[in-house]
Design a protein around this ligand. Structure first.
Ligand code: FES
Length: 80
């Protein structure tokens, strides 16, 4: 059976946007189109996740990624 793609939720609320959420989402997209992650994840933009002070934020594997921490995001992706 074909393995399903996992979701990555990225906040695109106004506070996160003003803290660079567009840039963060662009970098995530770039990472997801590279080698080992290609086709395994789907990025979904959401409204405010109510963690505005930690923005830009994303959720991977039920883990909140704060302050656009790409290193933490990549380690969560690799845990799969
Ligand atoms: S705007 Fe992103 S958590 Fe509120």
């Amino acid at each position: 059976m074909k393995k399903r793609r996992k979701f990555i939720f990225v906040c695109s609320g106004s506070d996160c946007k003003s803290n660079g959420a567009r840039n963060f989402a662009g970098k995530i997209k770039q990472i997801l189109n590279e080698g080992e992650f290609r086709g395994k994840f789907k990025m979904v933009k959401t409204k405010c996740m109510d963690c505005c002070k930690s923005g830009p934020v994303a959720v991977v594997n039920n883990q909140l990624i704060k302050k656009a921490d790409l290193d933490q995001l990549i380690s969560e992706l690799k845990e799969d």
